[in-house]
Design a protein around this ligand. Structure first.
Ligand SMILES: C[S@@+](CC[C@H](N)C(=O)[O-])C[C@H]1O[C@@H](n2cnc3c(N)ncnc32)[C@H](O)[C@@H]1O
Length: 266
């Protein structure tokens, strides 16, 4: 599956907000340390525009962004800062570090990695004492944007092409499960949810949003452009009904789960 950094960044402000709110709480968890974090890793860093903002908060840190999409890492090179912030292609599922890390951030990334809950203990083990793991995953898979997409994929017209390999919902857990996993990994937990009510501008606003993420695995299975157009047209019509456009824009509820864990002992 290929990512399109341009489409993803179309709603950059809305997508950036949870990153900054996550990092804000990570900073609180790090505040007891006598030194600011010296090493930070951003797993599933995407196009790097948010990763580089970590330098504003912690200008002396060494920052590494990791993503398994060559397209995203290509884009992220625009934000590289020599000796301070670099980006590499790599897989979250197999990532490990030679040196203990002070802060691991993963914003809107773990839900793309099957079995990610089982990886949390390994990430906790990669932290320094007082180090922090901070991640955020969407919890909107029961919302119309996803339900309509799934129903359409599985409808008689599309199921032969789209029944398998396009579902992104399997990996997300309830907040309590993340809390338990952080505790089991020896971390002091801080878990919460926020429901944003984004107001998206433009025509077919929700379709344009979903094109940046959940639609990508679906469209990548449709090689014929005519099929893609037909699928998009059908889905767009359903989205327009589910999310009516108002004079001020299209309201789009989006619930997200945040989890921050601090390693308190070595
Ligand atoms: C929704 S984007 C989030 C990007 C960025 N963290 C942000 O908040 O804007 C999800 C990112 O996770 C990356 N990703 C998905 N599975 C991955 C994996 N197994 N290893 C590394 N990166 C992965 C994708 O390539 C994509 O860039």
């Amino acid at each position: 599956m290929r990512w399109d950094p341009g489409q993803y960044l179309r709603y950059g402000d809305e997508r950036a907000r949870p990153f900054h709110e996550l990092v804000q709480r990570a900073a609180v968890a790090l505040a007891d340390r006598d030194k600011p974090p010296a090493s930070i890793v951003d797993l599933g860093c995407g196009p790097g525009d948010q990763t580089v903002t970590l330098l504003d908060r912690w200008p002396d840190a060494d920052i590494l962004g990791v993503d398994n999409s060559p397209e995203m890492i290509d884009k992220a090179q625009d934000y590289a800062v020599e000796g301070r912030c670099r980006f590499v292609v790599g897989d979250i599922a197999t990532w490990s570090s030679d040196q203990p890390v002070d802060l691991i951030v993963a914003n809107a990334a773990f839900h793309w990695v099957p079995g990610h809950v089982d990886l949390l203990a390994g990430f906790a083990g990669a932290l320094t004492t007082g180090g922090v793991l901070a991640f955020q995953v969407p919890d909107n898979f029961s919302e119309p944007s996803h339900v309509l997409l799934r129903d359409l994929r599985l409808s008689p017209r599309w199921r032969d092409q789209l029944a398998d390999g396009a579902d992104r919902t399997a990996g997300v857990e309830r907040p309590a499960r993340y809390l338990d996993a952080l505790v089991d990994a020896g971390l002091e937990p801080d878990v919460w949810q926020t429901e944003y009510l984004h107001v998206l501008p433009g025509d077919n606003a929700v379709l344009e949003w979903v094109k940046g993420t959940a639609l990508r695995p679906v469209l990548s299975l449709l090689s014929d452009p005519a099929d893609r157009d037909a699928f998009l047209e059908e889905y767009a019509e359903q989205l327009r009904q589910a999310y009516p456009r108002q004079a001020y824009g299209t309201p789009f509820p989006f619930r997200r789960t945040f989890a921050v864990g601090r390693r308190t002992s070595s």
